[in-house]
Design a protein around this ligand. Structure first.
Ligand SMILES: [Zn+2]
Length: 358
């Protein structure tokens, strides 16, 4: 076992090659061969010829033998002071390596990762020029605050979404019919944009940014105040941004790990709780969602964006296990408004627009 149970306070990683049922936007990636194995097809898209880098973050016990080889390669290791337990003898430090795939020694590191059965946390690093020239972005909040109420047994699903609108197994198809309910007003007063845990396809915004979005004429949105659960009164601090438009089918799913809502699907593993018998009796819907992918940009067809407003959602669903969400997509204009106002709390990741008939 090369990975501590909970490195750097993050969720446990799993063995390489396993399909990992992670939280919706986990950056844990598998070292698996895919179409990205030779690098994303940047040269084919509008980001071609630029300098997006794919970074791998590797947090591991400082005593792991992996580090001996990394030191031989001369890569800089962050020997910070992150601890994963409290033995107090200095043997529990987490060391961290960040290495991008354009590094000349990356092939050797990749080989070592496979040999040592180590997973990495993958993210794309875009240049400012790429950020400024992109037309559309995946958008998510940098911080997730609180849980939708009632949270026991995911009770919020029944009170927030149309009854029977989503599959009870995979949660694809949910249609919101009531305000989200919050335990308390959110903290993080410095962030104008927030998301709740578990709800990765809804953004919440503070009053300053809401007024700014309205006056900038950002299109495709309405606002709905969430409700403070026990008081049963609307939040006075944030409103949900209700995105009105779902794109048509547009995602190039090449390289994505699909998860089908069916018995013994791509994520299924034998265990004592869910036998094949019990599994096959569940009310599967047969629909597909995809694991989030962090290596290379998402690619969408240009046709899907003709005439759409500044904020939209993908028609495709993402997630794993009993979680499903659509991706929020925003225009460059929306990013410019947010950036110029210096509102905090959002992550923008350029998507690649495919001209299908070129
Ligand atoms: Zn389903």
């Amino acid at each position: 076992m090369h990975l501590p149970e909970n490195p750097a306070g993050e969720r446990p990683l799993a063995d390489p090659g396993r399909i990992v049922p992670t939280c919706a936007d986990s950056h844990v990636g598998t070292i698996r061969k895919s179409r990205w194995a030779c690098g994303p097809r940047l040269s084919e898209g509008p980001l071609g010829g630029k300098r997006m880098k794919i970074n791998h973050r590797i947090p591991l016990n400082g005593n792991d033998p992996f580090w001996k080889y990394i030191q031989l390669l001369g890569l800089p290791i962050d020997r910070g002071n992150i601890r994963y337990s409290q033995t107090g003898d200095g043997t529990d430090l987490i060391w961290v390596l960040n290495v991008t795939e354009d590094n000349p020694v990356w092939p050797k590191v990749e080989h070592l990762l496979a040999e040592h059965r180590i997973l990495t946390q993958v993210n794309n690093i875009f240049t400012e020029a790429e950020m400024n020239s992109a037309e559309w972005f995946l958008v998510s909040a940098l911080g997730h605050h609180g849980y939708p109420q009632p949270e026991d047994d995911f009770g919020y699903i029944d009170v927030t979404y149309e009854s029977g609108s989503c599959c009870p197994v995979c949660r694809i198809g949910k249609v919101q019919v009531a305000p989200f309910r919050l335990r308390t007003e959110p903290k993080a007063s410095h962030s104008q944009f927030l998301q709740l845990n578990w709800v990765f396809d809804e953004l919440f915004v503070r009053a300053t940014a809401r007024e700014g979005l309205i006056s900038a004429g950002i299109t495709g949105i309405k606002f709905l105040a969430p409700v403070l659960h026990k008081r049963n009164t609307p939040s006075e601090q944030i409103v949900q941004i209700k995105i009105q438009t779902i794109l048509v089918d547009a995602l190039d799913t090449t390289g994505f790990q699909p998860v089908t809502c069916k018995s013994m699907n791509e994520e299924w593993r034998p265990n004592k709780w869910i036998t094949p018998d019990k599994e096959s009796n569940r009310p599967f819907c047969g629909r597909i969602k995809y694991h989030s992918m962090h290596r290379g940009p998402y690619r969408f067809a240009r046709e899907a964006f003709i005439g759409v407003p500044d904020l939209v959602k993908s028609t495709e669903w993402f997630g794993s296990g009993g979680g499903a969400f659509r991706r929020i997509i925003a225009s460059q204009r929306f990013r410019q408004v947010v950036t110029e106002a210096k509102w905090r709390g959002l992550r923008f990741e350029p998507i690649e627009i495919i001209n299908e008939h070129t």
